[in-house]
Design a protein around this ligand. Structure first.
Ligand SMILES: [Ca+2]
Ligand SMILES: [Ca+2]
Ligand SMILES: [Ca+2]
Ligand SMILES: [Ca+2]
Length: 329
């Protein structure tokens, strides 16, 4: 099962499991991957009296983990653009990594495990210590292996805490991970301005706007006001959130209200439309398409899904864009 409190999960291992005597340099290489290399090495080592474990295959990546790395203070230092790898070789094995942001604006962190035949269901927590931000990424039924694409927060380095989501371990529970500089996956024309936590505080946006925002915690409600002028009635409007499918951890919910929501408790007001449908969380990047019949004022609410807020609260990593379009575009 997925953990609900990444900080607790991570902090639980800060004491570092005593593992100095169980260092296992060999990685869970698929049998065929390095067979040839291994043979070459064996041949070159004629006359070598090294013990058998020194004939293990060469590291299957640029930056193999070095146990013990179960505590934040023992994190393996990795660098952008160089693949790291390791495995959850024994019960309770967790692996910390740390990488510098260098001068990147956006960074992608991607795990390969199930996609390479590993039995590991990898979850990782990404932490920005100076900013005090974290997010939990796991294979959640939407992706085989977890990944994230995030705008840097200004921290000089970022920490990763990898664990096997079901607490399983073994030689075939390997992982590979690459952190790399990337381009922004979205473009925007403006950024949200907090506080926009009620309809009365909603930022006014209009056709053609693309807002870049963040759901910075579970209670961050972002309201936007759309004024529908008489000249833009009788047409279809489209409001689209882009986040999860482009690497944000955010699973957003969007709802569209009429002007009666201003000053009211939203539980007392019926929305015009909502992306949320009971019984499914499949609607990860919501879109609402709605006709404008009369000149009016609309209010859009973007927030987290309740299920997601319990599993992985919002953070500065939880970015999204909201685009406002209609038939006149
Ligand atoms: Ca390990
Ligand atoms: Ca470890
Ligand atoms: Ca916000
Ligand atoms: Ca807000």
């Amino acid at each position: 099962m997925l953990r609900t409190a990444p900080w607790l999960l991570a902090a639980g291992f800060l004491g570092c499991k005593a593992c100095a005597g169980c260092f296992q340099p060999d990685q869970p290489v698929k049998p065929d991957d390095h067979h040839g290399d291994s043979e070459l090495e064996d041949t070159a080592d004629t006359g070598d009296t090294s013990p058998p474990e020194d004939t293990a295959p060469p590291p299957p990546c640029d930056l193999p983990e070095t146990e013990p790395n179960d505590g934040l203070g023992d994190a393996d230092a990795i660098t952008l653009e160089h693949q790291a790898c390791g495995n959850f070789s024994e019960a309770g094995d967790n692996d910390w990594l740390v990488f510098p942001a260098e001068d990147a604006d956006w960074i992608r962190v991607g795990v390969d495990a199930a996609s390479r035949g590993s039995r590991a269901s990898v979850a990782f927590t990404l932490m920005a210590r100076e900013s005090g931000e974290l997010t939990l990424q796991s294979s959640d039924g939407f992706v085989e292996d977890p990944w994230i694409l995030f705008p840097v927060l200004g921290d000089p380095e970022y920490y990763l805490f990898l664990n096997e989501a079901d607490g399983l371990s073994g030689e075939d529970y390997g992982w590979w991970l690459l952190a790399s500089e990337d381009k922004a996956p979205v473009t925007w024309t403006r950024e949200e301005v907090e506080d926009n936590g009620t309809a009365a505080q909603a930022e006014t946006v209009q056709r053609g706007d693309v807002v870049f925002g963040k759901i910075s915690d579970s209670y961050d409600y972002d309201w936007f006001h759309v004024q529908v002028p008489a000249s833009e009635t009788g047409i279809t409007w489209t409001f689209t959130v882009e986040a999860y499918s482009s690497g944000s951890p955010l699973a957003a919910r969007m709802s569209l209200y009429g002007p009666d929501v201003v000053g009211a408790d939203i539980d007392d007001v019926t929305y015009l439309d909502s992306s949320f449908h009971d019984g499914t969380v499949a609607d990860r990047d919501p879109q609402i398409v709605w006709p404008s019949r009369d000149a009016t004022d609309w209010y859009l609410l973007v927030k987290m899904t309740r299920e997601e807020a319990e599993r992985n609260p919002g953070s500065a990593f939880h970015w999204y864009t909201l685009s406002i379009e209609n038939d006149l575009d």
